[in-house]
Design a protein around this ligand. Structure first.
Ligand SMILES: *[C@@H]1O[C@H](CO)[C@@H](O)[C@H](O)[C@H]1NC(C)=O
Ligand SMILES: *[C@@H]1O[C@H](CO)[C@@H](O)[C@H](O)[C@H]1NC(C)=O
Ligand SMILES: *[C@@H]1O[C@H](CO)[C@@H](O)[C@H](O)[C@H]1NC(C)=O
Ligand SMILES: *[C@@H]1O[C@H](CO)[C@@H](O)[C@H](O)[C@H]1NC(C)=O
Ligand SMILES: *[C@@H]1O[C@H](CO)[C@@H](O)[C@H](O)[C@H]1NC(C)=O
Ligand SMILES: *[C@@H]1O[C@H](CO)[C@@H](O)[C@H](O)[C@H]1NC(C)=O
Ligand SMILES: *[C@@H]1O[C@H](CO)[C@@H](O)[C@H](O)[C@H]1NC(C)=O
Ligand SMILES: *[C@@H]1O[C@H](CO)[C@@H](O)[C@H](O)[C@H]1NC(C)=O
Ligand SMILES: *[C@@H]1O[C@H](CO)[C@@H](O)[C@H](O)[C@H]1NC(C)=O
Length: 410
């Protein structure tokens, strides 16, 4: 193996200080009112202050407000870039890819984290290639023409069970056990952002940083939504069978849940915070309380809204009640309103297929749809993408779950 690149990125010790202060040029922010419960899905097009969101500039302010709220109350705070980031790409002798090692320092702590890169099997050209960052492993067929970068996120922030809080490389860098410390998924998001730092500042890896997506299934599906929501450099998120905590809305999952012999049938906020460390400790305040998520000024239609207007393809599976298929379909129906408001409806795809083994992508059924989003948002093809369907027989009446109208943002 040869060292084909070594570069060093120095950035200030900037932390995204998350406060209630508005971003420059944005209207004064309000504070969430936690005293009232709202069983409906909150309005993405209204600032906390009550002011309407009526232009794309307003949306960019509102987007920051929503991002801050998710960090403060659900996912934990994402720090800014590290003091120092170095990367070393060791290309394999056989030319099929390589090993990318990041050495990251912050506050006197240093960690080293590696990702693998596999180039597409092409006989012509030599890149730079578009890429998909797979969280821990790839669970869709490897798309033609796209490199696969595997980010070993569970090493970065562990998620074996509820005892995993604060374990993993990220927490060696940022030892913090406050309630708003980054959850495992927010830590993953921070790690993937560092991979993107390297891809955007160096050509050594041979990846086209403007065409990079993220993909994951199940818990990693939840993760791929979070990763894309908190890094606008990602061009596409493929969110597979993510269920509650991903593309389902907390409020809707609570409605879809019924108890069978004392056990929930659907994963709810209440269950999820006891199961694992995907969310911040702060979120437990809401999740532990009956209908406590109704006090939150957001739900996951707004998390998906943070990805807009970039590509987002959501893949669901009707076979597992636990994944809350109705909640996910309903939540994404409402999330799509954000895309519509931005004139980007085509960037949002939703496909919910009939029962199949969890995370075994049904190529015959959904392969063409997946190709459409990959071809358009990673390979840059100018094609139509209008996927929004479920193979279930249920319906979701938006009017029952929202009391606001979709803005037209110009
Ligand atoms: C190329 O080399 C890498 C690293 O040794 C190895 O993991 C990979 O399987 C090889 N690929 C092929 C197609 O030989
Ligand atoms: C990548 O490189 C690092 C650092 O040299 C090493 O620890 C790791 O095992 C390598 N990973 C692979 C998959 O080769
Ligand atoms: C790459 O493609 C060629 C021709 O299509 C095929 O023979 C070869 O097995 C492929 N290699 C890999 C590593 O998939
Ligand atoms: C939690 O995961 C750790 C690491 O895999 C394991 O050692 C431990 O037994 C698990 N604890 C429970 C309660 O399952
Ligand atoms: C799930 O539904 C059952 C029946 O309504 C209820 O007893 C249980 O508390 C629910 N679980 C959650 C977390 O809301
Ligand atoms: C619920 O409990 C009853 C009685 O023990 C049992 O017959 C039934 O199979 C259980 N249902 C489920 C879904 O576990
Ligand atoms: C939420 O409930 C769990 C399980 O009962 C408990 O361990 C945790 O401390 C609670 N968290 C908060 C913030 O109340
Ligand atoms: C899905 O398929 C599996 C195995 O084929 C079966 O056990 C399960 O009951 C099915 N689920 C539904 C909702 O039909
Ligand atoms: C939907 O309803 C049709 C007609 O009743 C039935 O054939 C089909 O199996 C149903 N699909 C699902 C996923 O339940």
């Amino acid at each position: 193996m040869q060292i084909s690149g070594l570069f060093c990125l120095l950035v200030g010790a900037l932390f995204n200080v998350v406060t209630a202060a508005p971003a420059p040029g944005c209207p004064l922010s309000g504070s969430p009112s936690f005293t009232t419960k709202n069983p409906l899905l909150p309005n993405p097009f209204e600032f906390l202050s009550g002011a309407p969101v009526s232009s794309k500039a307003d949306w960019s302010c509102r987007r920051q407000e929503i991002s801050t709220l998710f960090q403060q109350y659900e996912l934990g705070i994402k720090p800014g870039p590290p003091d120092n980031l170095q990367s070393d790409f060791q290309k394999y002798d056989n030319g099929t890819g390589g090993n990318l090692t990041l050495t990251i320092s912050s506050g006197g702590n240093t960690i080293s984290w590696s990702a693998t890169v596999v180039y597409p099997n092409v006989t012509t050209g030599s890149g730079p290639y578009p890429a998909l960052i797979a969280l821990d492993s790839l669970t869709i067929p490897r798309p033609d023409g796209v490199a696969i970068i595997t980010a070993f996120v569970s090493q970065f922030a562990q998620q074996d069970n509820s005892t995993s809080r604060g374990k993993g490389l990220y927490y060696e860098l940022f030892p913090d056990n406050s309630p708003q410390a980054a959850s495992a998924m927010m830590a993953w998001s921070w790690g993937v952002s560092r991979i993107l730092d390297v891809l955007t500042s160096s050509t050594d890896v041979g990846i086209d940083a403007t065409h990079v997506g993220v993909v994951g299934c199940s818990r990693w599906g939840k993760g791929s939504l979070v990763v894309a929501a908190f890094d606008e450099r990602l061009a596409l998120a493929i969110v597979q069978e993510s269920g509650s905590g991903g593309t389902a809305c907390w409020r809707l999952s609570d409605v879809e849940n019924v108890s069978v012999n004392g056990s929930d049938t659907v994963q709810t906020a209440h269950e999820i915070v006891g199961e694992n460390v995907w969310f911040s400790q702060e979120f437990e305040v809401f999740a532990n309380e009956t209908d406590g998520t109704q006090r939150l000024p957001f739900d996951h239609h707004m998390l998906a809204g943070l990805v807009a207007p970039r590509g987002l393809f959501v893949i669901d599976n009707l076979g597992y009640k636990w994944l809350s298929p109705w909640s996910s379909y309903g939540c994404m129906t409402v999330a799509r309103e954000v895309y519509k408001a931005l004139g980007a409806q085509q960037a949002f795809g939703y496909s919910e297929a009939a029962n199949h083994t969890h995370c075994q992508f049904p190529v015959a059924d959904q392969g063409g749809e997946l190709d459409t989003y990959v071809n358009k948002y990673l390979l840059g093809q100018q094609i139509e993408s209008n996927v929004f369907r479920t193979e279930a027989n249920f319906t979701f009446d938006e009017a029952e779950w929202i009391d606001w109208e979709t803005a037209t943002l110009s």
